[in-house]
Design a protein around this ligand. Structure first.
Ligand SMILES: Nc1ncnc2c1ncn2[C@@H]1O[C@H](COP(=O)(O)OP(=O)(O)OP(=O)(O)O)[C@@H](O)[C@H]1O
Length: 241
């Protein structure tokens, strides 16, 4: 198991009122699987990904990643742990605009102190795997949205994290490009033997996943393994029939 949440609540206070963005979540995420978090807008998907990705801390409960109780880490140690253990893919790509494709993919390797020969080999391998070997020196502004997301996928995998998190990775793409990005993530997940967890409110995506976790109003309302069968007749947003 690559991640486990035990009794996790995340609360915000808005105008004096308490809002539980997540309430009493118990969830295990398995190694080497393609897991989708499915739920309507505002159901808590981003909040959950931010906790699993150690970007945020829970108000109550414990988040374990790769066996580490993240609540036991200082902010600095948590930041180092996150850089070493988790790769991120964002809906708005978040590439560094002044760096070329290869420099964007190389960046996490530089931060991790990888030697130049390893960096060169890994960047070349990843750009080829995402189909961008011919675009290595292009800047993000010279790429399409789908190509930018391909670079972001390569970058997320650079340090061989055991866990990659993607928050609505297809939200800014047309449906055909979005489908190709999901297929690429699936391919890379299997090629790299890593766990991918991605959020989506598109029920059609269920057919691609090994596991589906359904969230509604900050609670897990269902969990399904091999959810392809559900995709034949997609459930209502955030819940199973
Ligand atoms: N920083 C914050 N302060 C206050 N409330 C927040 C904050 N972040 C999230 N929320 C609230 O927590 C709830 C869950 O939000 P979250 O962004 O996790 O949902 P989501 O499922 O990712 O939605 P979407 O699909 O629209 O991105 C929402 O009601 C949201 O308004």
């Amino acid at each position: 198991m690559i991640a486990r949440l035990v009794g996790v609540t995340k609360s915000y206070t808005l105008g004096g009122a308490r809002l539980d963005a997540l309430a009493d979540i118990d969830l295990s995420i398995q190694d080497n699987r393609f897991t989708v978090l499915s739920g309507a807008s505002g159901s808590g998907k981003t909040t959950l990904l931010n906790l699993v990705g150690c970007i945020d801390r829970p108000s109550a409960g414990h988040v374990f990643v790769d066996g580490q109780d993240t609540s036991a880490l200082t902010d600095e140690a948590l930041s180092d742990f996150r850089a070493a253990s988790v790769g991120f893919i964002f809906q708005s790509f978040n590439l560094i605009s002044v760096l070329s494709c290869e420099e964007n993919v190389e960046y996490p390797l530089l931060l991790a102190g990888a030697d130049p020969e390893h960096r060169r080999r890994r960047v070349r391998e990843l750009l080829a795997a995402v189909g961008l070997q011919g675009h290595a020196s292009h800047l993000p502004g010279q790429l399409s949205g789908g190509q930018r997301q391909r670079v972001a996928i390569a970058r997320a995998l650079a340090n061989r994290p055991k866990l990659v998190l993607a928050d609505e990775p297809t939200a800014n793409l047309d449906s055909a490009t979005g489908a190709s990005i999901i297929a690429l993530m699936r391919d890379m997940q299997q090629r790299e033997h890593t766990a991918f967890v991605f959020s989506s409110h598109d029920p059609n995506i269920l057919s691609q996943a090994d596991d589906a976790v359904f969230i509604r109003d900050g609670r897990i309302v269902d969990r399904v393994t091999s959810p392809a069968v559900l995709a034949v007749s997609p459930p209502a947003m955030g819940e199973r029939p």
